[in-house]
Design a protein around this ligand. Structure first.
Ligand SMILES: [Zn+2]
Length: 567
C-alpha cells in the first residue's frame, strides 16, 4: 500500500471554509484523513508542509486539448499551473466523431475557431478513430500528467450526420439526420463523454471565414439532441454564444425542459459592454425556475499577446519584416535592432485590413512589463505613451518589442476590459452563479496563454481585506469544488476523506506567473505562446507527485475521466 503524509500545512480544502493548520493522509491515491490534529501514521513518505498552502488540484473545465492530449503527455501549460483535471471538447469543436477522409474538415474548423495551426494538427493527431466511442477508447489508453474529460462537440456530430451540408450554418437537418445526431450523442454519453458542447457565437469562424455551422442550429435539432441526453447523468450542456436577442432563453428553455445542467461563457464583450449583466440576470431567472445553470467567467482580460516571434504583430505583412523573419535567429535579431531596418519595416507595412485591425486594438494595447499585474491603466495604453513620447504608435510598438532581446510582448486586453479595470471581472467572480472557466488551454496558441490565469487569479485578484469577498479560500473554491462538481466530478475538488488525492502544495508568497515566451515545441515545428509558473512546490494527481519546483517528475497518473464521478 502506498501512503503519503503531508504534515503541518495550511489547509485550504476547496469548500470555501477558512484555512486551518493540519495534516493530510493519502492511501493509494485517495484521501484517508484530513485533520487539525497531528496524524501519526507509518506513511511511506512524509512531507513537511510547514509554511505551505495545501489545496485541491485545480479543475479547469474550459480547455481545447482535444488534439494536444494525443501527442503531449505533459499537457502544458495547464500542468505547470497546479491543474490536476482538464475538460476538453468545449465550444462545439473537437476531433470526434469523424468519418474517414473527413478529418481535414475538423482540423480546419479547429484552426479557424481555436487558432491551432493546420500543420500542427495534421502532423500531431493520428485519427485512428471514427466514432466518438472509438475516440474515447483511444483516450482511455493514454497516461498523462493530469486527468482529462471530454464533451461531445456539436459541430463534428452535425458534420458526421449531415455530410457537407452539416458544415453550412444556414442548413437545418432533416428528421432522419436529427435521429442520427440523437443516436451519436447518446452513444457518446454512454461511452463516457461528460456532456455536450455547442457554439452560437459569430466570433467563431472556420478557416474559410464562414460562421461555424452550429451558429443557427434550430429548435428541432436541439430538442432532438437534448432529449437524447435526458436519460444520462452526464448530461451537461456547455454553450458559447454572443447571447444577443433571446438566444439565452432559447437554449435555457430547452435545457430546462429536459433538466440538463447548463454552463455558458460569460464575459464582457467591448461592443456590448453591459450584456454580461443582462445574461447574468437571465441565469438567475432560470435558476429560480429550477434550471441548474451558471456562467463560466475569467479572472483577467482575454489577453492577446503580440511579439516579433508570435503569430500576431503589426508588421507581419511588411515585405522587409517577412524577409528578415526568415533569417536565422541571431541574424534576425541583429537586423531588427538596426534603426534603418526599423524605419523601413514601419514604412513598408501595407495599409491593409491587418493594419486596420491592429489600429483598432491600440486603445487597449499595453506594454507587457516584467511585473505586469493584468490591470493596466488607460494612461498606460500605447496611444497615451505615443503622445507622451511624441512618437507614432507603431514605432512605440516596434521599440517595445525590441526590448528583452526582441522578446518583449504587447498585451491587448481583448475582452473583459471595457472600463480599463477588472471591476466587472471581480463582480462576476464574486457572484454565486459563476464558476472559473475561460482559460482556453491548448487553443489560440500563437497569441494567447490564459490557461495560466488559474495562477494569476490567486496572485492578483485576491482581496487582502477580510470584508471583501474575493478571499483566497473563495477563489480556490471557484476553481476546485465548484468547477468539479458542476461538471459531475464529485470525486475531486475538495480535500475530504474519500476524495481523490489531487493536491497542490503552494509556496504562496512566491506564487506567480512567469514572463510569457514563444516555444517551438508543437508538432511540425509549430510555435506557441507559453507561460510558466513559480510557487507550486508540488502537485499530486491521485496521490502521485507529477510536478515540483524542479519540473516534471515523469510520473503520469492522469487518466481519462469517463462520465460522472461519485464522491
Ligand atoms: Zn472555448
Amino acid at each position: 500500500m502506498s501512503t503519503l503524509l503531508i504534515q503541518g500545512g495550511t489547509i485550504i480544502d476547496g469548500s470555501g471554509n477558512e484555512r486551518f493548520t493540519g495534516d493530510l493522509l493519502v492511501e493509494n491515491g485517495i484521501i484517508k484523513l484530513v485533520s487539525k490534529k497531528k496524524i501519526t501514521s507509518h506513511a511511506n513518505r512524509k512531507i513537511n508542509a510547514d509554511g505551505l498552502l495545501v489545496t485541491p488540484g485545480w479543475v479547469d473545465i474550459h480547455t481545447h486539448y482535444d488534439g494536444q492530449i494525443t501527442w503531449d503527455k505533459y499537457v502544458t501549460p495547464s500542468s505547470w499551473h497546479g491543474v490536476s483535471t482538464v475538460v476538453m471538447g468545449n465550444c462545439g469543436v473537437g476531433f470526434a466523431p469523424v468519418k474517414k477522409n473527413n478529418e481535414n474538415f475538423l482540423i480546419k474548423l479547429m484552426e479557424g475557431v481555436e487558432d491551432i495551426p493546420e500543420t500542427v494538427l495534421a502532423e500531431g493527431v493520428d485519427f485512428n478513430w471514427e466514432t466518438f466511442p472509438e475516440y474515447i477508447n483511444h483516450l482511455n489508453s493514454l497516461s498523462r500528467t493530469l486527468d482529462f474529460g471530454v464533451l461531445v462537440p456539436h459541430i463534428p456530430v452535425r458534420f458526421f450526420a449531415m455530410g457537407v451540408k452539416g458544415a453550412d450554418f444556414n442548413s437545418q437537418p432533416t428528421n432522419d439526420e436529427i435521429s442520427l445526431m440523437k443516436q451519436i450523442v447518446s452513444e457518446s454519453l454512454a461511452s463516457g463523454a461528460l456532456g455536450f458542447s455547442t457554439s452560437r457565437t459569430k466570433k467563431h469562424t472556420t478557416k474559410d471565414g464562414n460562421y461555424v455551422s452550429s451558429l443557427n442550429a434550430g429548435k428541432d435539432e436541439l430538442l432532438g439532441i437534448f432529449s437524447a441526453m435526458k436519460n444520462y447523468t452526464n448530461s451537461l450542456v456547455e454553450v458559447n454564444s454572443d447571447f444577443a436577442d433571446s438566444d439565452f432563453e432559447f437554449i435555457a428553455n430547452i435545457a430546462l425542459k429536459y433538466n440538463l445542467p447548463l454552463s455558458v461563457l460569460l464575459l464582457q464583450v467591448h461592443n456590448a459592454p453591459q450584456r454580461w449583466n443582462e445574461t447574468l440576470s437571465k441565469i438567475k431567472k432560470f435558476k429560480a425556475k429550477g434550471l441548474s445553470v451558471n456562467g463560466q467567467v475569467g479572472s483577467r482580460p482575454i489577453g492577446m499577446l503580440m511579439s516579433f516571434d508570435g503569430s500576431i504583430n503589426p508588421f507581419i505583412n511588411s515585405p522587409t519584416f517577412k524577409l528578415i523573419n526568415e533569417m536565422p535567429s541571431k541574424e534576425r535579431k541583429e537586423n531588427l535592432l538596426l534603426n534603418d531596418v526599423k524605419l523601413k519595416i514601419i514604412a513598408d507595412t501595407p495599409k491593409d485590413d491587418h493594419l486596420d485591425w491592429i489600429n483598432s486594438l491600440l486603445p487597449r494595447c499595453f506594454k507587457f512589463e516584467d511585473n505586469f499585474n493584468y490591470e493596466p491603466k488607460e494612461i498606460q495604453n500605447i496611444l497615451s505613451i505615443s503622445r507622451q513620447l511624441n512618437k507614432p504608435p507603431l514605432e512605440v510598438a516596434y521599440d517595445w518589442m525590441l526590448e528583452k532581446n526582441c522578446e518583449r510582448m504587447i498585451y491587448h486586453a481583448f475582452e473583459n476590459y471595457n472600463e480599463y479595470n477588472l471591476d466587472v471581472v471581480r463582480t462576476l467572480l464574486a457572484d454565486e452563479d459563476t464558476i472559473c472557466g475561460l482559460g482556453d488551454g491548448g487553443a489560440h496558441v500563437g497569441y494567447l496563454c490564459d490557461s495560466s490565469s488559474v495562477t494569476s487569479m490567486l496572485k492578483y485578484l485576491k482581496s487582502d481585506l477580510s470584508d471583501q469577498n474575493l478571499s483566497i479560500e473563495y477563489l480556490i473554491k471557484k476553481q476546485t469544488k465548484e468547477t468539479a462538481h458542476f461538471f459531475g466530478l464529485n470525486d475531486r475538488g475538495v480535500l475530504l476523506q474519500g476524495m481523490k488525492a489531487d493536491v497542490n502544495l503552494i509556496d504562496f508568497d512566491n506564487l506567480d506567473v512567469t514572463y510569457p515566451s514563444i516555444a517551438n515545441d508543437l508538432p511540425a515545428g509549430g510555435k506557441r505562446v507559453i507561460q510558466k509558473s513559480k510557487g507550486y512546490f508540488k502537485t499530486f494527481v491521485s496521490g502521485v507527485e507529477v510536478y515540483n519546483e524542479f519540473g516534471f517528475t515523469e510520473n503520469f497518473p492522469g487518466r481519462l475521466i469517463k462520465g460522472n464521478q461519485k464522491s
